[in-house]
Design a protein around this ligand. Structure first.
Ligand SMILES: Nc1ncnc2c1ncn2[C@@H]1O[C@H](COP(=O)(O)OP(=O)(O)OP(=O)(O)O)[C@@H](O)[C@H]1O
Ligand SMILES: Nc1ccn([C@H]2C[C@H](O)[C@@H](COP(=O)(O)O)O2)c(=O)n1
Length: 665
């Protein structure tokens, strides 16, 4: 997951390959609650691991439910309708799929509970659900604004419930109110049938189908009369199905279906969700086909590629796919006319006001957008009209994910996504998954070259961290080659050049969490000694060794970008890099820094010998025949002799920002 303040997506050109998606959020949180309420133990496979499922799991544990790991699965010992705790304060983040059903279940189960969330959760309505529960005799108080969380739920007896008359709940604001009642009321239907009547036109019906489907898996078969009346039979009781598999998230699939439709390249294959899905958002496939995508499917897979291009404009009632329809709003930029998405009023009460958010951010890209209480109309963008934009994400995972598709624009503009970590709500590895299939000829690179101990590594690591980029410590490749040479009993001379180059070509090298592994041995410390530095400098002067390491260094250039440090990053390995920095500091400063560095690691050293060593190394590195240490003609010079690390990082980031075409957010 990217925890950086922003993530820059370079212009992307094509995409192909296979993605496996995380479990559905809607199914995961329903299954967790049902497993906790049921009698028996449930093993849940392929559960989504995200912010929203984590708050649900924490809440269930706080209620006394025993939850353990069984390999990759989760084992939940059901409470069989009996809480093990009589009071608890539950924090539910911004998870509507936890707040609504838990409110209903806890109101019936008896006990004193406080339910709260993040500030946005306290702006998301819950009054219609509370009204329905109060009709039943439940006791619930608002702790903040009436109609909104946080809530205080008070103890009551199931016997006191008034369920003789149908319970009325509004269905036109959020279908989660009905879902919450459907999940909770079987707890009160042991001796009597319970009827729920929906007031107003029920929105997001597919989510109710998921609820009914899962209730049946846990032994409760609800009778449905149209979409107006639901009857929970007398004698209903939750029983664990034993094992249950969570299918992949169909809403998350929408980004990769769109990717297949938009990007050049071969097929995008999506695994874990397909034609047999119980999720309503699978119908996004129909909308994508309408826009021209070629989609094939099997029971639990989809294969998508570009069909019509530009995409065909659509006019769609998107009420049945409210979450996935946001993806259509970005696809509309690539259409042959304006696209209208209607009947989407529920967007306004989601993680953010999604109609407002989408309209604002699409306009930043240059698009003309019209919006109203329950619709959005997006006009396509010609190649000349696209602008590089900084996309605000409003702590809304779907805004972040769907705007990544704008990086395929024909104008070759990058897209900056602010607060990319918001995807953790449903798809923590979204961007990594996107980068595993997206392709571009121009992955951004920042090169930092310079003499020994100038601080290249420190600066490069910090810069890469700030940007979420990969990092290449090219010196470590020469250092490992030097070590391999020593272990093979060779000398760094022309007579052994071919043998050492062969060693370099075959290095069984891996970089894992800051460790350098040679054939699974951690050699991180062994390559950091001054002697290893000298050996590295010697082997690096052999042209065949440099040639042998070239392809390996280039292979580090991966999305979303790379910061590479060394001696010839800007001159030889990445000559097309957009920012090249030549970092220097005076020799006495460098010797002092290296001295401090070694002493802090418990390695004895004297200042004089260190200075002599580094001057000898600089001399050899700068005077060799191939790829000598020198600034690239287009490098920015940075002397950090009197700078702190933070100041150097700030300077490089400022230069990088200057090289970007983004306006202000
Ligand atoms: N601007 C700076 N101010 C003070 N100390 C610094 C600065 N930059 C780096 N240092 C310190 O100098 C030491 C050497 O830095 P670093 O290892 O990053 O240099 P390097 O150029 O990568 O070295 P080498 O060429 O040997 O790989 C580290 O202890 C680091 O913390
Ligand atoms: N791009 C590079 C990186 C390193 N070297 C050589 C020269 C250095 O003295 C030696 C060790 O590098 P360090 O880890 O100190 O950065 O490796 C090179 O020739 N080209």
């Amino acid at each position: 997951m990217y925890s950086t303040p922003f993530l820059d997506l370079p212009p992307l050109e094509a995409a192909s390959g296979t993605v496996r998606l995380p479990g559905s959020k809607s199914i995961s949180n329903r299954v967790l609650l049902l497993a906790a309420l049921a009698g028996g133990t449930t093993t849940v496979h392929d559960l989504l691991d995200s912010d929203d499922t984590r708050v649900m799991l924490n809440a269930l544990s706080a209620l006394g439910c025993r939850i353990g790991r069984e390999g990759a699965a989760l084992r939940i010992e059901g409470l069989d309708g009996q809480l093990r705790t009589a009071s608890a304060k539950l924090f539910l983040g911004n998870a509507g799929t936890a707040m609504r059903p838990l409110t209903a279940a806890l109101a019936l189960l008896g006990g004193e509970f406080e339910l709260s969330g993040v500030p946005r959760m306290h702006e998301r309505p819950i009054g219609d659900l509370v009204d329905a529960l109060v009709q039943l005799g439940c006791r619930i108080d608002y702790l903040g604004n009436p109609g909104y969380p946080p809530l205080a739920i008070h103890a009551m007896s199931l016997d006191a419930l008034q369920v003789d008359a149908p319970i009325r709940v509004r269905g036109d604001v959020s279908s989660q109110f009905l879902t919450a009642l459907l999940l909770a009321l079987p707890l009160a239907s042991a001796s009597r049938e319970i009827t729920i009547d929906v007031v107003g036109e029920l929105i997001s019906k597919p989510y109710i189908e998921i609820t009914l489907n899962l209730l049946a898996r846990f032994g409760v078969v609800v009778r449905r009369q149209g979409w107006e009346r639901f009857v929970i039979p007398a004698g209903s009781r939750y029983r664990s199905p034993g094992d249950i598999h969570v299918e992949a998230d169909a809403s998350s699939a929408s980004y990769f279906i769109a990717l297949g439709a938009i990007a050049r390249g071969d097929v995008i294959r999506i695994e874990g969700v397909g034609a047999d899905s119980i999720q309503g958002d699978i119908r996004f496939v129909e909308a994508a086909r309408q826009m021209g995508a070629k989609v094939e499917s099997g029971p639990n897979w989809l294969a998508v590629s570009r069909g019509a291009w530009p995409l065909k404009a659509i006019d769609l009632d998107a009420n049945h796919i409210p979450d996935a329809a946001m993806t259509l709003a970005v696809m509309a930029l690539y259409a042959d006319g304006p696209c209208l998405l209607r009947n989407i009023a529920s967007w306004r009460v989601k993680e953010t006001d999604r109609i407002e958010a989408m309209a604002q951010e699409l306009r930043k890209l240059g698009a003309t957008v019209e919006d109203g209480p329950d619709f959005i109309r997006v006009h396509p963008l010609g190649a000349a009209s696209w602008r590089a934009a900084t996309i605000r994400t409003y702590d809304d995972h779907r805004v972040a994910m769907c705007f990544s598709l704008a990086a395929f624009n024909p104008a070759g503009m990058p897209v900056r996504i602010l607060d990319p970590h918001c995807v953790a709500k449903t798809f923590p590895d979204y961007f990594e998954t996107l980068f595993s299939v997206a392709q571009t000829a121009d992955v951004p690179v920042i090169c930092i070259d310079g003499p020994t101990a100038s601080g290249k590594g420190t600066l490069a690591v910090a810069t890469a961290y700030q940007l979420g980029y990969h990092y290449l410590d090219s010196g470590s490749l020469y250092r490992v080659t030097g070590l391999a040479m020593r272990r093979a009993g060779l000398e760094a001379d022309a007579a052994h050049e071919a043998q050492i180059a062969e060693l370099a070509r075959q290095l069984p090298l891996r970089f894992i969490k800051g460790q350098v592994l040679l054939d699974d041995e951690d050699v991180s410390d062994a390559i950091r000694t001054e002697a290893a530095g000298m050996d590295a400098s010697r082997v690096s002067a052999l042209p065949a060794v440099r040639a042998a390491l070239l392809a390996l260094q280039k292979s580090f250039r991966r999305l979303p970008g790379l910061v590479a440090d060394g001696r010839d990053m800007g001159t030889v390995v990445f000559p097309d890099a957009r920012l090249k920095v030549y970092l220097t500091a005076n020799a006495s400063q460098r010797a002092e820094r290296r001295h401090k560095q070694l002493i802090s690691k418990g390695i004895p050293a004297t200042l004089d010998s260190l200075r002599a060593d580094l001057e000898a190394r600089d001399q050899r590195d700068s005077s060799r025949s191939v790829a000598p240490l020198k600034p690239a003609p287009d490098a920015r010079l940075l002397d950090n002799s009197s700078q702190s690390v933070e100041q150097s990082v700030e300077q490089v980031l400022a230069w990088w920002q200057e090289a970007q075409p983004f306006g202000s957010a």
